[in-house]
Design a protein around this ligand. Structure first.
Ligand SMILES: Cc1ncc(COP(=O)(O)O)c(C=O)c1O
Length: 327
C-alpha cells in the first residue's frame, strides 16, 4: 500500500506578448503547468492522480505502465514512485537505449522491460496485460500516457486553476483554451470541465491517423448528453480537422510525431528569448507555432482572449539540446 498526496502548487497564469498577437489584437495567457513541480511536471500529475488513487484503493504496491525512451509520462511516474514510495515498472518501446530519460527512470528506481517494436505494438491486444498481471500481481496497470477516463478527469482541475487567476490578468473571462494533444486525454478533461462554456482547441502533435479523435470520443461518449456545444466559437476556419461543437483539432505535427525542422527550432528559440518561457519542440513549440499560423491567417477574431497550456515535457528536450551541442 502507498499513500499519494497532491504535492502541487497551482500553476501560474501569465500574459504573453508577441508582435503577431498584438498586430491581430489577440490576447494570450499561458498556464505554466511546467512550473507545478520540477519532476512531476506539466499535464502529467493531473493525468496520473486518479490512476494513482485507484492503485491505492486496489491495495497495489506500485504501478506498471508503458512508454518510449523519451517518455514524459514514465519520467513523471517514476519520479512520483520515488517520492511517494511505490514501486514502478516501465514497459518500454523498442530495444534498450540510454537516453537522459532512461537514465533518470533507472535512477528513480523504475524497473524496465524492453518489449521491442512488435512487442510494444501488441499493447492494444485484448490479452496484453494478462501476462504482466500474472507476473506482477501487486502492480496496478496504468494505460500509456496516463490516458483513459481517469486521466481525463484529473485534468478538469487545470480549468479551475486557470479560472481562479483570471482576475490577476484583469480578464473577466476568456474565449478558448489552446493546448498540444498527443492522445487527446488532457483535451478531453478540459472539454468535460468546460461543459460547453468555452471552446477547447487541440493542436495535434501526432498525425490524424494516430487516433486522437477516436480517443477523445471514447472518453466523452458517456457524457455526450451533458455536453452542450460551445455557443461562441472564436476560431473561424474550414481547415480544422474535426469539430463536435465543443472542441476542435488542428494539425500541428509538421509531418509526424517528434519530427522537427529548422523553422520550428528557430521559432522556438525566438519565442523563448522573447518570453523567457522554455518550450520543447515536440508539443508546446508546435502548438504555439500553429497558433501563430492561425492568428496570422486571420482565423482568430480580434479581441479574442486565449489560454495556452504549457503542458511541460521539458525533461524530454535534453535529447535535442545534446544533439544540437554535438552539431
Ligand atoms: C509535454 C506534453 N504535452 C502534451 C501532451 C499531450 O497530452 P495528451 O496525451 O493528454 O493529449 C503530452 C503527452 O502526454 C506531453 O508529454
Amino acid at each position: 500500500m502507498f499513500a499519494v498526496t497532491s504535492p502541487m502548487p497551482p500553476a501560474p497564469l501569465q500574459r504573453l506578448h508577441f508582435d503577431w498577437l498584438q498586430s491581430a489584437g489577440v490576447q494570450l495567457a499561458i498556464l505554466r503547468l511546467d512550473l507545478v513541480d520540477p519532476l512531476i511536471s506539466g499535464n502529467k500529475w493531473f493525468k496520473l492522480k486518479h490512476h494513482l488513487e485507484a492503485a491505492e484503493r486496489a491495495g497495489a504496491r506500485g504501478v506498471i505502465s508503458l512508454g518510449g525512451a523519451h517518455s514524459n509520462h514514465l519520467h513523471a511516474l517514476a519520479a512520483a514512485g520515488k517520492r511517494f514510495g511505490f514501486a514502478t515498472l516501465g514497459l518500454m518501446r523498442g530495444h534498450a537505449v540510454e537516453t537522459p530519460t532512461v537514465l533518470d527512470l533507472q535512477a528513480f528506481g523504475m524497473e524496465l522491460h524492453w518489449l521491442g517494436y512488435a512487442g510494444y505494438r501488441a499493447r492494444h491486444a485484448a490479452d496484453f496485460w494478462d501476462l504482466w498481471r500474472e507476473r506482477y500481481p501487486h502492480l496496478f496497470p496504468v494505460p500509456e500516457g496516463g490516458g483513459g477516463l481517469d486521466g481525463a478527469l484529473g485534468c478538469a482541475d487545470i480549468v479551475h486553476q486557470a479560472r481562479s487567476q483570471l482576475g490577476q490578468l484583469d480578464w473577466q473571462d476568456y474565449d478558448a483554451c489552446w493546448l498540444a494533444c498527443g492522445t487527446g486525454t488532457t483535451l478531453a478533461g478540459l472539454v468535460l470541465a468546460e461543459a460547453g462554456q468555452h471552446e477547447v482547441i487541440g493542436a495535434m502533435a501526432v498525425p490524424a491517423h494516430h487516433g486522437v479523435e477516436r480517443n477523445i470520443q471514447a472518453i466523452l461518449e458517456p457524457f455526450a448528453s451533458k455536453l452542450a456545444p460551445t455557443s461562441a466559437m472564436s476560431f473561424r476556419t474550414d481547415e480544422v480537422l474535426s469539430s463536435t461543437g465543443n472542441y476542435r483539432l488542428v494539425d500541428a505535427s509538421r509531418g509526424g510525431f517528434a519530427k522537427t525542422d529548422s523553422a520550428l527550432l528557430d521559432f522556438m528559440a525566438h519565442h523563448e528569448a522573447e518570453s523567457a518561457v522554455p518550450f520543447e519542440p515536440l508539443y508546446t513549440a508546435k502548438a504555439l507555432m500553429v497558433l501563430r499560423e492561425a492568428v496570422e491567417a486571420g482565423q482568430i477574431a480580434e479581441g479574442t482572449r486565449l489560454i495556452f497550456l504549457h503542458t511541460g515535457g521539458l525533461q524530454g528536450r535534453r535529447t535535442f539540446d545534446l544533439a544540437s551541442a554535438r552539431r
